[in-house]
Design a protein around this ligand. Structure first.
Ligand code: ARE
Ligand code: CA
Length: 483
């Protein structure tokens, strides 16, 4: 389950957080397909609890596995999956399977199903009280998780009072597998598994064993879904991400935290010369990496103050480094604007309807959508990653401080200046001689560069000069953008 199942030559996914299915379908066709993205992580597609003021997090409180949410209904989901697959962009669903709604209270969900969090009744599945962990499995005083040093409590008790499903039960696994197989049948390529830390690895292994292969009409025969499990492991708790590796990939939260320090100038960039496993991170092929996610960009999930789009300069630098470097399977975050004093704020909306994503003349988004993935530095580096994939990191250079450069075989080269003085260097790029477009300052249209040009000589050397005050203090060149 660790193979991302991207179409050939594609290597990065983007989390289109809280987008509508109809907007994602268009985005696949007009932008993600043409720009070489592998796929989209979508918000949870199943029925959720209706919470007043519609916070984004209501979608992490399942009511049933009917495919009706504010993002759209099942027909719209199918249309999105088909249209995206057609342009070689895959859909990865966020699977919230550890729990149902918060306990206490009752109501209806986004598909109209009734739920009762007092009696633990979810007739839309159906689940009833016997399908949840009880006092026999959970031994904390109030059934909630308090002690992350107690693995049994973390897995058998309630995460922020969410009704905790009993995944040791075959019936529960069958219902969840039925839901995931329904999505597989529609044509999704895989899953982000929410709150995987709160489920026993053995239960997940059995559950995933019930999954069918991907839709052969799209993927060919015998292809397993891609699974990446959300396990927040900063190295300080008894539950470690390594317990989940082998079942699928895991989310690597150390990655964004460590790069955050570097690109905020709290830890020398020159130390990145051995970035990767040597930094006490899992093997490259076992992880999904990212700079921030929908939780930590708003202080949820332990927060940790990652760099986000609110700090564009270090954010673009950190993302560029991530995409240029061989380590991990890369995910971009695509946000909506929100007031940082209100961490509940849902997506741009009118009434109960999520607003359309509009596209401005310069390719950026309007209507309250941030669309980091449409910033030139981001999408051009997604293309860079596709061009250099499989090439070794070589020709590392640094000034012992905050200026660094490295190449990827004879395909691409990057130079970054986070220092407080300018960079002026002739460096060995490993690239064939010629004129290259700097894909940070501009685009290549097939014949000319709209930004700066870099000359690589017959000896592979090129001269780079980067000021320290620019908004984008870096240069990236690759053989796909050579004049
Ligand atoms: C909401 C309300 C709660 C209320 C609850 C039930 O905020 O006050 O009790 O509803 O009514 C998201 C939001 C939550 C929200 C929830 C349900 O973040 O605020 O609760 O949706 O609507 C832990 C988990 C990790 C989890 C983070 C948030 O280990 O799996 O907490 N992340 C995922 C998603 C979230 C989502 C959920 C799980 C739930 O990405 O978006 O929650 O589906 C240490 C530990 C971490 C721990 C962290 C925070 O760092 O190492 O493991 O993360 O502390 O406690
Ligand atoms: Ca659990």
């Amino acid at each position: 389950y660790s193979n991302p199942t991207c179409a050939p030559g594609r290597n990065t996914i983007v989390h289109l957080f809280e987008w509508k299915w109809s907007d994602i379908a268009q985005e696949c066709e007009r932008f993600l397909g043409p720009n070489g993205f592998c796929g989209v992580q979508i918000s949870p597609p199943n029925e959720n609890r209706l919470v007043s003021n519609r916070p984004w997090w209501e979608r992490y409180q399942p009511v049933s596995y009917k495919l009706i949410t504010r993002s759209g209904n099942e027909d719209q989901l199918r249309d999105m999956v088909n249209r995206c697959n057609k342009v070689n962009v895959r859909i990865y669903a966020d699977a919230v399977i550890n729990h149902m709604t918060g306990v206490g209270g009752s109501g209806t969900g986004t598909a109209g199903s009734h739920w009762d969090g007092d009696s633990l009744s979810y007739p839309g599945v159906p689940f009833s009280a016997w399908d949840f962990n009880s006092g026999s499995e959970c031994h904390s005083s109030d059934m909630n998780i308090h002690d992350y040093n107690n693995a049994e409590e973390v897995r058998n008790c309630r995460l922020v009072s969410l009704a905790d499903l009993k995944l040791s039960k075959n019936y529960v696994r069958d219902e969840i597998a039925g839901y995931m197989n329904h999505l597989i049948n529609i044509g999704v390529a895989g899953f982000r598994v929410d709150a995987a830390k709160h489920m026993w690895p053995g239960d997940l292994r059995s559950l995933f064993g019930k999954l069918t292969n991907l839709n052969s009409g799209v993927f060919g025969s015998g292809v397993k879904p891609f699974i990446f499990q959300e396990v927040i492991d900063m190295g300080s708790e008894p539950i470690s991400a390594s317990e989940y590796i082998g079942i699928g990939r895991v989310t690597n939260f150390i990655f964004g935290a460590k790069l955050g320090q570097v690109f905020r100038n709290e830890n020398k960039a020159s130390y990145l010369h051995n970035w990767g496993e040597a930094w006490n991170m899992p093997n490259s092929n076992d992880v999904v990496v990212f700079i921030d996610n929908h939780d930590n960009q708003r202080g949820h999930g332990g927060g940790g103050g990652p760099i986000t789009h609110f700090e564009p300069r270090p954010y673009k630098l950190a993302t560029t480094f991530m995409l240029a470097h061989p380590y991990g399977f890369t995910r971009l975050m695509s946000s909506y604007n929100f007031d940082r004093s209100n961490t509940d704020q849902g997506p741009p909306h009118h009434g109960d309807t999520i607003n359309d994503v509009t596209i401005n003349g310069d390719q950026t988004c309007g209507n309250g959508w941030t669309c980091e993935h449409r910033w030139r530095q981001m999408y051009n580096m997604v293309a860079f990653r596709n061009v250099v994939m499989g090439q070794n990191l070589q020709h590392w250079w640094d000034n012992g401080n905050y200026q660094i450069a490295f190449g990827r075989g004879n395909k691409g080269f990057i130079v970054m200046n986070m220092d407080s003085h300018s960079l002026d260097q002739t460096l060995q790029t490993g690239l064939p001689a010629g004129t290259y477009c700097d894909v940070i300052s501009g685009n290549y249209d097939g014949s000319s560069c709209s930004g700066n040009e870099i000359q690589v000589g017959n000896d592979g050397n090129a001269h780079f000069s980067i000021g320290n005050t620019s908004d984008n203090p870096m240069i990236a060149i690759h053989v796909g953008a050579k004049k």
